[in-house]
Design a protein around this ligand. Structure first.
Ligand code: MN
Ligand code: MN
Length: 265
């Protein structure tokens, strides 16, 4: 259940209206790496997560992201100020005319979209998506910080980007804590092709590094000569080995207990 508390996680202070920056800040309101995306992504992931500890992590951070969404929305409303103070050539004019306040769009006016959400029901996949989402959010805040001199707004952005950094660390630590060889990180290797690097960009500047040497990698200099005709994927070298990742782990019965009864008062 959600319960709304009539105070923000961090007090938003704006010195004077700045409709130009209000438009830029929309990027973190209705943009692909904004606060609504983050909150929705972690909450929706939690529905498919059967590990109660990771579900708790996802739901705690989702709740905080909705608090950030609220702060950014309040800040945009304050930065918009009054319609009469907005020069007629400001793009923020459309927000006044249509919404009277922040609209659920990014800074280019593109509406928020559910395809921003990555939720795949695999902890390795979802937690990695979340680390990347937090880094993108922090990056956008760092760039936004360079576009305002308002001390209150700068303070709020520094708070927000510090929180995103903290979230990135929590999701990274959760990844480090996951048991090796589970989910999609199962060593599925059913052929030589799982550790083969194809050198397909020909010319000067071929680089070598841990992405194509060591770590059991085979470096293929002329893949077009080797593989350019009949498909030759070959037989499964370990037909009785680990199989494809299924749709999810065993059901967590603490979550939907059939013996649960409504408490009597
Ligand atoms: Mn956030
Ligand atoms: Mn975050």
């Amino acid at each position: 259940m959600f319960r709304h508390i009539k105070e923000t996680e961090y007090h938003v202070r704006v010195s004077q209206p700045d409709p130009r920056f209000a438009v830029l800040l929309l990027q973190q309101f209705g943009g692909p790496n904004g606060e609504l995306k983050a909150g929705m992504q972690y909450l929706i992931q939690s529905f498919a997560c059967n590990d109660p500890r990771i579900r708790d992590l996802m739901q705690d951070i989702a709740a905080e992201e909705f608090s950030h969404f609220e702060m950014v929305g309040e800040c945009i409303a304050l930065l918009l100020g009054n319609l009469s103070s907005v020069p007629k050539d400001y793009p923020a004019l459309s927000m006044f005319v249509e919404g009277g306040g922040p609209m659920l769009v990014d800074s280019a006016g593109i509406p928020w979209n559910a395809s921003y959400i990555n939720s795949n029901g695999d902890l390795w996949t979802d937690l990695r998506s979340n680390v990347a989402a937090e880094m993108r959010a922090k990056l956008v805040y760092e760039r936004l910080l360079q576009q305002t001199d308002d001390p209150g707004v700068r303070d709020m952005i520094r708070f927000l980007l510090s929180r995103e950094e903290s979230h990135a660390t929590s999701f990274s630590q959760a990844l480090n804590w996951l048991p090796e060889g589970t989910g999609v990180m199962k060593d599925f290797r059913d052929s030589d092709f799982s550790k083969k690097y194809m050198d397909l960009s020909v010319g000067a500047g071929n680089a070598r590094g841990p992405w194509n040497q060591g770590n059991d990698f085979v470096y293929e200099n002329d893949p077009h000569r080797q593989y350019g005709s009949q498909p030759q994927y070959g037989p499964d070298p370990d037909p009785h080995g680990p199989r494809e990742t299924g749709p999810g782990p065993a059901m967590d019965h603490t979550r939907n207990n059939p013996d649960w009864q409504q408490p009597q008062h």
